[in-house]
Design a protein around this ligand. Sequence first.
Ligand SMILES: [Zn+2]
Length: 91
Amino acid sequence: MLVNVTELLVRHTLEEHEWESRMPCACEQCRDDIMAIALNQLPSRYVSTDRGQAYVKAQYMNSQLQMDIVRELAVALTKVQQNPRHQGTSK
Ligand SMILES: [Zn+2]
């Protein structure tokens, strides 16, 4: 099984209290939209799961990646806040 380390880090970052309080909306649609927008701007880093844990821990120490993730999440959060998809009737 392959894991995208960038996705894991984005998910972890969004679960931090600091981010939860900044979220424009708590619904799954908005959270997924924010994650999708941010992840499309960030490099994917795939690992197989047996090596994944150590790699994820190493990436947590990678402050450049953390800064990129925080920056892209902030941009994505603003976009979803201004144009949340959960509101329209189109599906
Ligand atoms: Zn929402």
